[in-house]
Design a protein around this ligand. Structure first.
Ligand code: ADP
Ligand code: 5GP
Length: 188
């Protein structure tokens, strides 16, 4: 059974989702760990594909039931977490687990999997560019943008705790650099 994990963390808007989508097309062995969240779906997001969208009450019940490997209140009143059942599902398929989680979640998952995990921090070229990307994505209200930017300075200071940092300036270059690091990790 495969237990290898690749996890991506970064301040929101750095480009994790974009990089992961490109890599999923390249690595057949990847399977994305679908997180649970208590936030509302964005336009185009699907339950059971992008996230398991839970009500705050159901999320809390699943916390009480010890269903999560890790969870965080990433933003006030908005929780995100990795369900243990996702790990079982993906390992059972003999696939490499891919996580898109916040910085604390990433460090917790790294601690759990140890050398079986490659922890990648996706670094935006600057806070200004991060803000432009968040605004350019067009998915967040002003309040949500401010919440996300408010966390980013602290999160950027945690980059050194990860196995690798990828600067997401030019997307093709960043994807290529990430691909090489993953190939080295999988060949170990
Ligand atoms: P995250 O998943 O980290 O929150 P996204 O992948 O949603 O970030 O990226 C945020 C926005 O920035 C998206 O609109 C995406 O198209 C854009 N983006 C991502 N990487 C780059 C890049 N290297 N150059 C320019 N725009 C980018
Ligand atoms: P978004 O609302 O933009 O989809 O995600 C907001 C933040 O929550 C991102 O930093 C994302 O990586 C993080 N996140 C998503 N799923 C999880 C999870 O399962 N656990 C943790 N700790 N963070 C998550």
């Amino acid at each position: 059974m495969n237990r290898k994990a690749i996890l991506f963390s970064a301040p929101s808007g750095s480009g994790k989702t974009t990089i992961i989508r490109k890599l999923m097309q390249y690595f057949d062995c990847f399977e994305f760990s679908i997180s649970a969240t208590s936030r509302q779906p964005r336009e185009g997001e699907r339950d059971g594909v992008d996230y398991y969208f839970l009500t705050p009450e159901t999320f809390e019940a699943r916390v009480q039931n010890d269903d999560f490997l890790e969870w965080e209140e990433v933003y006030a009143n908005t929780r995100y977490g990795t369900l243990k059942s996702e790990i079982d599902r993906i390992c059972g398929n003999d696939k490499v687990m891919v996580f898109d989680v916040d910085v604390n979640g990433g460090l917790n998952i790294k601690r759990y999997f140890g050398d079986d995990a490659l922890a990648i921090f996706v670094m935006p070229p600057s806070i200004e560019v991060l803000e432009q990307r968040l605004r350019g994505r067009g998915t967040e209200s002003e309040e949500s943008i401010q919440k996300r930017l408010g966390r980013s300075a602290k999160e950027l200071g945690e980059a050194h705790k990860f196995d690798a940092t990828i600067i997401n300036d030019d997307l093709c270059r960043a994807v290529e650099e990430t691909r090489k690091k993953i190939e080295e990790f999988l060949a170990r």
